[in-house]
Design a protein around this ligand. Structure first.
Ligand SMILES: [Zn+2]
Length: 114
């Protein structure tokens, strides 16, 4: 990986971290407990609950990705960064630009069923 590619990846990771942090904050505001509202019938309440569950899932996914991105950012200067943990080949730079937290190359990921 060239220095320029590394800097580009750092920039991508920073942008992604900022976007995810925003997203998490937005989801958090919608995660407030549902107030018992007498004007809602049970179907409305059920739908609200379903929305809530979807938001909780989104929240968990976003938080996990944020942690992986932060770890990638800290690891970018490590020799292991950008190297497949399975076959130890360099991970394609275009793939890293899309998913900077990648730990496996595409073929290993497919093989491992990830
Ligand atoms: Zn591999």
């Amino acid at each position: 990986m060239t220095q320029q590619e590394k800097e580009e990846l750092q920039h991508i990771i920073q942008t992604e971290i900022a976007a995810l942090t925003d997203e998490i904050a937005t989801i958090q505001t919608s995660l407030r407990p549902i107030k018992k509202d007498c004007s809602l019938d049970s179907i409305d309440h059920k739908m609200l609950k379903q929305d809530q569950n979807i938001n909780i899932q989104r929240y968990e996914v976003a938080k996990q990705r944020l942690n992986r991105l932060k770890a990638a950012y800290l690891n970018i200067d490590n020799k292991e960064y950008g190297v497949c943990q399975e076959c130890e080949e360099d991970i394609n730079i275009e793939r890293l630009k899309l998913i900077p937290e990648s730990k496996y190359c595409v073929s290993c990921m497919n093989e491992l069923g990830l």
